[in-house]
Design a protein around this ligand. Sequence first.
Ligand SMILES: [Zn+2]
Length: 91
Amino acid sequence: MQRKLLALSLLASAALLIGCAHTHSHGHSHANAGLLNARCPMQPACNQKLATTTDFQGGKVGFCCGGCLAEWNTLDDAQRAERLAAVKKQE
Ligand SMILES: [Zn+2]
């Protein structure tokens, strides 16, 4: 049980390191316009600009980096919808 917890926290910090280590130098302030989500669905806590997008259920979903998009591609649609719901833009 402790081992599992440790593995989980290691995974989480690794994801944060990979996801947050990059900085985006381009400064357009409306980069997220037209997307379904306001934050990266794979790393909502990271709060990076959404630098890459993919089509999902007739809309566009943004991700902070290609790593998150690759992770997204390993999920099934139910998991994607769940992730997306957590970061969806408030209208
Ligand atoms: Zn990312």
